[in-house]
Ligand binder design. Structure first.
Ligand code: UDP
Ligand code: LCN
Length: 793
């Protein structure tokens, strides 16, 4: 791309110069994608705009992500394709166009931030450590790490048949539970002996009656060197034996995955979610308490079900256990977050375990604190929780799953100490939510402490054995938008650290495994028999009732369809934005009503600064636009069954759901609404862009263009009036999309298989990872710890 630009520059100096000077004359030191493009379009040039757009210059500017500019120089970051970056600079004095290294680009960007943080900084670069590590090269492989890894493992096994088989052999000897060993015993002492034993055992099983159970075969098989874990029935055991025999003879990647995922190695899982109010009632919608909780509660139910099924099939009689480890909050209001242990409803053996945050002197922190304030407490939390987990389980867990930046850091500390497989899940990375959050970290430090968070993120991401994401865009964005993980590939925090390679999205550790919406609660409004009719009176009252004690606005009984939205009352969720769009669109106001569930209406009842600002803004909008008869705002926390039925009741009245966030990492409400059959309009920034196929299973809206968004809504309602069946068409499109893509059963199957494969990979590459692991340890001790400690002073 640079060469074409260079050539074009030589032939069209005047125009290129005019543009670059325009950038300089804008007076801005930093420019974003849209600004660069708008200036390009506004360029006064002899070349017609249409021609300019398709010129090499136009193509470069269309792919420009950002620029830094001073009097002498312009530096630009270009992203021609997903996860590919190039940098170039132009010197105004010399008229020279040159390629630039990432470090130079970042240093130049730092110079544009006027502050006193110009001392030398730490350059953090994982590139050299990863040189010999297998990485994917095609962007379409991103997020399908496990498939790539299976191929790599298989080719290693083929390349080094002796070492490879030895590896599989020693891996098989690892497994057991308590005093019970699985798979093979001491009678088999080598790979060759294993191959013979497999042949003999298969021959032996041929002669046995179909359907024989392991208990009837165990005595003979044990004499041949086999222990439990191969299967409950004769057929299952034969299948596992043949898979292994084939693998040892000639490895192929599909067989490898199937065999490894069948090895019994997951009985106990720890899920970490330190911040927020983690509970089963009265918590959703509280600050920092939303989708992550819903996700984890559904996830553990699905995982337990799948683990039980697998363990049974493997022929073992072990009850799996899952612990959700979170923070104990003594001042817990009407939640159960002050209880040390809580059983998870709908499960047999899943518990919430709560461990407090402690100050340096050991004192328990009594009150809720925002997710941005948790950093000083995490190391002590990890230690104490680690002890608690070992005491409850009586052994190490087999997998630790971190959630969000804080849980992922704890997961790093815990899995390192215990030597177990570590999976991390981001839910939402703050870095892309706030504009220039890294570059202007210093200005935001007091409120957000991104210095700690982004450092913790890099440690956690790079140490994780595997990372689960809900969508592709979460990793690598789209053609125009940078992915959430991708934004960590290189960035700078002036005066703190310059990151040359923070994360590589081509790393095979990334896997897309999307969550679902609880199918028992979020199902189509047309499934009359399953509906929760017992809640209908309550819901009618919620929507149409008189003044609600915890709400504002009375819309009365109405035939108009409802525009519905529900979220935490964060700035990013932009519920106030939606209210304003609605308020300013007279025609939309005349056709519909708006209903908002979120936050609390009394600012004094909120302990969160961001939420308080939003509450006041909401009241201001009601006052300014006189919305009390058109908008219903409820500051309530609804029980899951009530909110599930509420989506459906709104669908009965041919309403819609809107998710207007400035950025939404995934968006569980989006799939909940779609599953219920509500046509859904959701932000084009983040997960919903991928969840919804615009115009088929819902619509994309742009939160930065409010009136265009409200027009999309208006157009939809007008078309529904004119065209019978249009509402149903979109409604069905949404239902179908969720059924195909977003289910918890698929999720659990995938996650458990990944755990096995990455467990094997970890075992196979432990030595090779040591350098990276040591480097990350330094980052933790020398960078992260002092930052976190400083917050406590
Ligand atoms: N939710 C709720 N009541 C509220 C707000 C949210 O029950 O007042 C639930 C909602 O149904 C969804 C989750 O909380 O399951 C929010 O998840 P989402 O992914 O949409 O957003 P997050 O809060 O995680 O950013
Ligand atoms: C956090 C978010 O902000 C949402 O976008 C996700 O849907 C949720 O977590 C669950 O992953």
């Amino acid at each position: 791309m640079f060469d074409t630009l260079q050539k074009y520059y030589q032939e069209n100096r005047e125009m290129v110069l005019a543009l670059f000077e325009r950038y300089r004359d804008s007076g801005k030191n930093l420019m974003l994608k849209s600004e660069l493009w708008d200036e390009f379009l506004a360029l006064d040039s002899s070349v017609e705009q249409k021609v300019r757009i398709v010129s090499p210059l136009g193509r470069v500017i269309a792919k420009a992500q950002e620029a830094a500019i001073d009097h002498d120089r312009l530096a630009m970051a270009i992203r021609p394709k997903v996860a590919q970056w190039h940098y170039f600079s132009y010197s105004y004095n010399e008229g020279k166009l040159e390629e630039m290294a990432v470090a130079e680009f970042l240093a130049f960007k730092e110079k544009q931030v006027q502050n006193d943080l110009q001392q030398p900084v730490l350059e953090f670069d994982l590139g050299p450590f990863e040189r010999d590590f297998p990485k994917m090269t095609q962007s379409r492989s991103i997020g399908h790490g496990v498939e790539f890894l299976n191929r790599i493992c298989t080719s290693r096994l083929s390349r080094e048949p002796v070492g490879g088989r030895e590896l599989v052999f020693s891996f098989l000897r690892l497994h057991g539970y308590g005093n019970i060993s699985f798979m093979i015993n001491d009678k088999i002492a080598s790979v060759v002996e294993l191959q013979h034993a497999l042949n003999d055992a298969l021959e032996y099983l041929e002669g046995k009656t179909a359907g024989s159970e392991w208990s009837a075969l165990v005595d003979d098989l044990q004499k041949m060197g086999f222990e439990p874990g191969w299967g409950r029935s004769r057929e299952k055991v034969m299948q596992s034996f043949s898979r292994l025999a084939n693998l040892l003879e000639a490895p192929d990647y599909q067989n490898l995955e199937k065999f490894i995922s069948g090895v019994p190695m997951i009985f106990n899982i720890v899920v970490l979610s330190p911040h927020g109010f983690f509970g089963q009632e009265n918590v959703l919608g509280l600050p920092d308490t939303g989708g992550q909780i819903v996700y984890i509660l559904d996830q553990v139910r699905a995982l337990e079900r799948e683990m039980k099924e697998r363990i049974y099939e493997q022929g073992l009689d072990i009850k799996p256990k899952i612990l959700i480890v979170t923070r104990l909050i003594p001042e817990a209001g009407d939640t159960t977050c002050n209880q040390a242990r809580e059983h998870v409803q709908g499960t047999e053996n899943v518990e919430i375990v709560r461990v407090p945050f402690r100050r340096v002197n050991g004192e328990v922190l009594p009150q809720w604190i925002s997710r941005f304030e948790v950093w000083p407490y995490l190391e002590r939390f990890a230690d104490e929780a680690g002890g608690e987990i070992l005491a409850i389980l009586g052994r190490r867990p087999d997998l630790v799953i971190g959630n969000y930046s804080d849980g992922n850091l704890v997961s790093y500390l815990m899995s390192k100490k215990m030597g177990v497989t570590n999976c991390t899940i981001a839910h939402a990375l703050e870095k892309t939510k706030y504009l220039y959050s890294a570059l202007y970290w210093h200005q935001m430090e007091e409120q957000y402490h991104f210095s700690c968070q982004f450092t913790a993120d890099m440690i956690a991401m790079n140490s994780a054995d595997f990372i689960i994401t809900s969508t592709f865009q979460e990793i690598a964005g789209s053609a125009d938008v940078v992915g959430q993980y991708e934004s960590y590939s290189s960035f700078t925090m002036p005066g703190l650290q310059r990151v040359l390679q923070g994360i590589d999205v081509f790393d095979p550790k990334f896997n897309i495994v999307s969550p679902g919406a609880d199918e028992d609660v979020y199902f189509s409004y047309t499934k009359e028999k399953r509906r929760f009719t017992e809640h209908h009176d309550e819901i009618r009252e919620l929507i149409f009732g008189e003044q609600h004690p915890a709400g504002r606005g009375v819309i009365g009984e109405t035939k108009r369809p409802l525009i519905f939205s529900m979220a935490r009352l964060d700035r990013i969720k932009n519920l106030t934005g939606l209210v304003q769009w609605y308020a300013e669109n007279e025609e939309l106001r005349s056709k519909t009503h708006l209903m908002i569930v979120g936050g609390t209406v009394n600012p004094e009842h909120s302990g969160d600064e961001e939420e308080r600002v939003q509450i006041l803004r909401m009241h201001e909008l009601f006052d300014t636009y006189g919305l009390d008869k058109e908008v219903r705002w409820l500051g309530v926390r609804l029980d899951k069954r009530v909110s599930g039925e509420l989506y459906r009741c709104i669908a009965d009245g041919r309403g819609v759901f809107v998710q207007p966030a400035y950025f939404e990492a995934f968006g569980l409400t989006v799939i909940e609404a779609m599953a219920s059959g509500l046509p859904t309009f959701a932000t084009r920034y983040g997960g919903p862009l991928e969840i919804i196929q615009d115009g088929r299973s819902g619509f994309h809206i742009d939160p930065n263009h409010g009136s265009a968004s409200s027009d999309i809504l208006l157009k939809f309602f007008s078309r529904c009036e004119a065209e019978e069946g249009y509402w149903q068409q979109i409604s069905e499109g949404g239902i179908q999309r969720v059924q195909e893509r977003y289910t918890w059963q698929l999720y659990a199957q995938r996650l458990l298989s990944l755990t096995c494969v990455y467990g094997f990979w970890k075992f196979a590459t432990n030595l090779e990872r040591q350098e990276t692991s040591r480097y990350l340890e330094m980052l933790y001790h020398l960078q992260y710890r002092p930052l976190a400690a400083a917050m406590e002073r």
